[in-house]
Design a protein around this ligand. Structure first.
Ligand code: NZQ
Ligand code: ZN
Length: 390
């Protein structure tokens, strides 16, 4: 068991109505006087949230500039535009209102605005992020956990690179989590988001490092929460309990709590980031297609006991089953959840992706080396998994 440091600096306002009164402008005022409001393709205008937030800021005398049109799988161009605006308008706090893409873009803007060179230098890791403007978020989609983590994932469409920038200065200072804001999320995005939450836990759970057993049980609880409430949110989009449970599970799946002292090396995420970099698909959808095939690929005598725990403790499978049998059934239960209950497509072929770029993607996913994950994955392993997904 390794020692570790855990710090969670995000102040969270959770629950219905948390944005409708004073906290948003109050919290912004404590961080600065000029705000950059960042949002996506219009969902917040349709829902009335844009009007609410801008009115609150105007009433409180807060000046703000705006960056709209952040795409799902946010682009470098939005980051550059936002950073330029921040410099021009002397912005001192970035307010993201939207899903993970908007928040990720806001975080990258917050860092790039404090740097004189090219934003991509920071995102690609060529240069170290030293400082960033404070970020405040109003979350509208339960999925990535960006509202409470240190990560920003940005796509360079020219080079077809999708890169995760990790730095503690990017962790939002304040996040407003009102589950009712997610009532309008489409069935597809609800399903993709739920697959993403599940994957964030699986990436940590399937780890060969022995660590605190308490964390394994916490992870199983998070996964059970997703398995229970995602189908309810799909059936009844305004079910408060379901939306609230998904929202809080999303934040805790990736805010560092479940990591403990385990060496972190994820498997499905690097493979998925190539899929969405090349084909601009929804991140959670890519993960859903990859996960069961990756599970099949890594299952052997040494990894089976972990799958047994997963099957018994998350899906309530019969504990008297032989370990390998339980492991295989746990993969079937995962498929049943992702494809039958959430209704996501099963294969890359179904979403129009063929074998054309798989070799290049496999090379890039492992950086032409080996991902030292639950089971180490080199180019040929990844290529095989991609092919299993066709
Ligand atoms: O752009 P708008 O109009 O807001 O519409 C969005 C978008 O079209 C819509 N949406 C969001 N909230 C809504 C809503 N529609 C109706 N009602 C609402 N309340 O949903 C669509 C998808 O939004 P997006 O933000 O792209 O989804 P998500 O939150 O899943 O974010 C995905 C991005 O986050 C990255 C992914 O790679 C992807 O780029 N990730 C970020 C991580 C992090 N920061 O830690 C980790 C993840 O593993 C992931 O890589
Ligand atoms: Zn993810």
């Amino acid at each position: 068991m390794n020692s570790f440091v855990f710090q969670m600096p995000t102040k969270v306002y959770f629950g219905e109505g948390q944005i409708t009164h004073l906290p948003v402008p109050d919290e912004l005022k404590q961080l600065g006087t000029k705000v950059l409001l960042v949002y996506g393709g219009g969902s917040i205008k349709k829902s009335g949230l844009y009007q609410k937030i801008t009115t609150l800021m105007e009433q409180a005398g807060i000046e703000f500039a705006e960056l709209s049109g952040v795409d799902p799988n946010p682009r470098l161009a939005s980051v550059e535009a936002g950073a330029t605006l921040c410099k021009k308008e002397n912005v001192d706090v970035v307010l993201a209102v939207g899903g993970g893409s908007v928040i990720d873009c806001a975080k990258a803007i917050a860092a790039a605005s404090q740097y004189d060179g090219k934003a991509w230098d920071l995102i690609s890791g060529k240069e170290q992020v030293i400082k960033a403007l404070p970020v405040v978020t109003v979350l509208t989609l339960a999925a990535t956990g960006s509202e409470m983590d240190n990560c920003s994932v940005i796509t360079n469409t020219e080079t077809k690179e999708k890169v995760g920038l990790l730095n503690s200065v990017l962790v939002p200072k304040v996040s407003f989590l009102d589950p009712t804001l997610t009532y309008s999320v489409s069935k597809f995005q609800t399903a993709s988001g739920s697959a993403d939450i599940l994957s964030h836990v699986l990436e940590v759970y399937f780890n060969m490092n022995r660590d605190l057993e308490m964390l394994d049980r916490e992870m199983e609880g998070l996964m059970k929460t997703v398995v229970k409430f995602a189908p309810i949110a799909l059936e009844k989009p305004d079910d408060y309990e379901a939306r609230a449970n998904l929202m809080w599970a999303a934040s805790w799946a990736i805010n560092g709590f479940i990591n403990g002292g385990k060496v972190q090396m994820w498997s499905c995420h690097p493979m998925e980031h190539e899929l969405s970099a090349f084909y601009d698909i929804a991140h959670g959808l890519g993960l859903a297609i990859l996960t069961p095939r990756w599970m099949e690929y890594v299952l052997d005598e040494t990894t089976a006991p972990k799958f047994y725990d997963y099957g018994v403790n998350v899906f309530g499978m019969d504990p008297t089953l032989p370990v390998m049998e339980a492991a295989k059934q746990s993969i079937e239960r995962t498929e049943e959840f992702l494809f039958d209950k959430l209704g996501l497509p099963r294969t890359l072929t179904e979403i129009g992706i063929d074998g054309t770029n798989l070799e290049r993607m496999a090379e890039k996913a492992c950086g032409n080396g080996v991902i030292p994950a639950f089971r180490p994955l080199g180019k040929e392993d990844i290529l095989t998994i991609y092919k299993m997904c066709l």
